[in-house]
Design a protein around this ligand. Structure first.
Ligand SMILES: [Cu+2]
Length: 248
């Protein structure tokens, strides 16, 4: 039932719930489209000029039209109250704990995605806009002890499978939007705000991070990758990053 929408693969645990919502909305839209379309064709014929030389200003009198209107409103309310709002509430209120999750900072800028991992100490190094430079896009304060083990990447986010991921999302300049279709994740990145985004990836692979908010001339090339890998592969990747860090 999901394939007819042509959706990308589901790569996170909440993807099925989002897709169910999409499918329900599309079914409702299909019924409305066919229903209103048939009604429109009927009205074109029934109230043609030849049969109705004088317009009737009172409109529809029957109970059927009112009944249909109420049914559409009720169907939309059911979708909203029983499906959409609970699904949204789960996304924004049941955040995983910092200690149990893989915590990452993602900072958007025109036109790239900067990633900061807190490293083994679990603490993000201090960042300061004054320290931002071409070789330090995050403005990481290298004198801060917490920053010593912080791994930073550009346009590449590696994450382990089957672990809760908590991303602290922000932006350096304008409003961007962090969109990963396979994970069914989309969240605006807003300067001055740090917005939590969480999900549990459950399918290994490499997926596109696409900026989903028109953010300037280079918007089209604001593309990055998220690589979902096994716990062992992720640890090996991370150890490699730490090694490179110590060689610098
Ligand atoms: Cu952008």
């Amino acid at each position: 039932m999901l394939n007819w929408l042509g959706l990308p693969v589901e790569a996170s645990t909440h993807a099925a719930e989002i897709d169910q919502m999409l499918v329900l909305v599309h079914w409702l839209m299909l019924v409305l489209f066919v229903g209103w379309g048939a009604f429109f064709a009927y009205v074109l014929f029934r109230f043609r000029k030849g049969a109705n030389p004088k317009a009737d200003y009172a409109g529809a009198h029957g109970k059927i039209s009112k009944g249909i209107e109420v049914a559409v409103v009720v169907a939309e309310m059911v979708l909203l109250v029983f499906f959409a709002i609970p699904a949204w509430a789960r996304r924004v209120s049941s955040l995983p704990s910092e200690s149990g999750a893989v915590v990452v900072r993602v900072v958007a800028e025109q036109f790239a995605w900067n990633v900061q991992y807190p490293g083994p100490d679990g603490k993000f190094g201090r960042t300061d806009p004054k320290l931002v430079a071409p070789d330090n896009p995050l403005g990481l304060d290298k004198t801060d002890p917490n920053s010593k083990d912080d791994v930073t990447t550009i346009n590449q986010l590696n994450l382990p499978i089957n672990r809760p991921i908590l991303i602290h999302l922000s932006s350096k300049d304008v409003i961007h939007s962090f969109g990963v279709y396979e994970l069914r994740v989309k969240q605006d990145a807003i300067p001055g705000m740090e917005i939590p985004v969480w999900f549990v990836p459950n399918r290994e692979g490499q997926y596109d991070i696409t900026c989903s908010q028109l953010c300037g001339l280079g918007h089209y090339r604001m593309r990055a990758f998220v690589t979902i890998q096994s716990q062992a592969d992720y640890q090996a990747w991370f150890a490699d990053q730490e090694k490179q860090l110590n060689q610098r």
